[in-house]
Design a protein around this ligand. Structure first.
Ligand code: ZN
Length: 407
């Protein structure tokens, strides 16, 4: 009896400390002419005093029926992208009951602040967080589950999204029971689908050399990283889109890569192989706040692991070239930490170089133990990384690495 009540106590404590994460119910209508009509209900189960959301100011927000005890103020915002409205909710009396915030809004799908990725193009849609088309937690790290019903998609659009995706005659239903900060979706004409271990790949032409390399190295990287970190949590859905910009991005079990600037005549296997390995590495390296100092644990760690894959499976000789190029770029990069989100050069050049230098100092076996221990952490902060580094390689190594991050 004693043991049972102790167990119950422990379970009760754990449940109280981990209320359900935010859940989004999204009902949206996409007009092929370029207008979005949306009705988004956000259910907050964790009692907080206040919570703020960002939404692009291209959308007109209808009147909100606020739950009792909830007040809202709004103001323009320009961070992390321009042309936003920030909606701040205050909860007078935090209760155990979930609070539902319902946003109804309409406006153009396209925006000039699109990171050079137009959301609506002749071939269809590519939407993600940069487009600020749904209410995004103002901390940009609010992770949520989602049920979305999207209508207004032509039957010939192939939808790539996270979770359970069910096409309807005029739209799609998405059920995602795992957490992410984003609600990303590609819906394009002419996408073909290929499957391999760890990846479900979509491209308008699976027969190109680039498509083949992406599939080959997505699978190769998945297997290689599984050797370190254990089974890939979920198969990665990967869409290769065609737009001028070469930007790619990874979310939980979802990745977008681009043909732009990459499907060139002289292309070699190394770059797409390393690139797709970087995106697959994010399956384990995506748990640090995107607006914080700690974001190097997302991008620098993924880049370092991609280099390890490239060295092991593509060309061992590339490591020296890779390091030399990074050393040149890092020389004038400034400190990785101490000023909020690091810059691109700090994230992709200097951070990975510091990790490679750390490997040289503490040795590869210790480095591998460090990365494995860190990948298992549910939240990635520099302090946690330094704790593991101290335990594995000693206080001096941790102190010097911390100093290098701030130099
Ligand atoms: Zn990345």
């Amino acid at each position: 009896m004693k043991r049972l009540s102790a167990l119950l106590l422990a379970a009760g404590g754990a449940a109280a400390a981990h209320a359900a994460p935010p859940h989004y119910d999204v009902v949206a209508k996409f007009d092929p002419e370029g207008k979005l009509d949306a009705d988004v209900t956000i259910t907050l189960s964790e009692g907080e005093a206040e919570k703020a959301f960002l939404l692009s100011d291209r959308f007109a927000l209808g009147p909100m029926d606020l739950p009792p005890g909830v007040t809202m103020t709004a103001e323009p915002a320009t961070s992390p992208v321009p042309a936003l409205n920030k909606y701040m909710f205050r909860f007078a009396a935090p209760t155990a009951e979930p609070v539902r915030l319902r946003f109804r809004y309409a406006g153009p799908i396209n925006t000039e602040h699109d990171s050079n990725n137009k959301p609506l193009r002749p071939e269809g849609y590519e939407l993600f967080i940069d487009h600020m088309w749904f209410p995004v937690g103002a901390d940009i790290q609010t992770r949520f589950t989602v049920d979305a019903t999207i209508d207004g998609l032509a039957p010939d659009l192939v939808v790539v999204a996270q979770g359970d995706v069910a096409r309807t005659p005029t739209g799609v239903r998405i059920h995602r029971d795992f957490l992410d900060i984003d609600l990303p979706m590609v819906a394009m004409r002419g996408l073909q689908r290929a499957e391999a271990h760890g990846v479900e790949f979509y491209s308008r032409d699976l027969s190109t050399q680039l498509s083949g390399w992406y599939v080959k190295h997505a699978e190769g990287a998945a297997r290689y990283f599984e050797g370190f970190f254990g089974p890939l949590p979920r198969k990665v859905r990967m869409a290769q889109v065609w737009r001028p910009g070469s930007m790619g991005y990874a979310r939980t079990a979802y990745t977008v890569v681009s043909e732009g600037g990459r499907n060139t005549p002289g292309i070699t296997e190394f770059n797409p192989g390393r690139y797709v390995a970087h995106e697959v590495a994010h399956a384990w390296w995506m748990l640090a706040g995107p607006l914080t100092d700690d974001f190097w644990l997302v991008e620098s760690a993924a880049e370092y692991m991609a280099m390890r894959y490239a060295e092991a499976k593509l060309d061992p000789g590339e490591r020296e070239k890779w390091l030399a190029a990074k050393r040149v770029a890092a020389a004038s990069a400034g400190p990785v930490m101490g000023h909020g989100r690091p810059t691109g050069v700090q994230l992709y050049q200097k951070g990975p170089l510091l990790l490679a230098d750390l490997e040289t100092r503490i040795g590869r076996p210790a480095m591998d133990r460090l990365m494995v221990a860190m990948a298992k952490e549910p939240v990635h902060t520099t302090a946690i990384f330094l704790d593991h580094l101290t335990a594995i390689a000693g206080a001096d190594a941790a102190r010097d690495f911390d100093k290098a991050l701030h130099t």
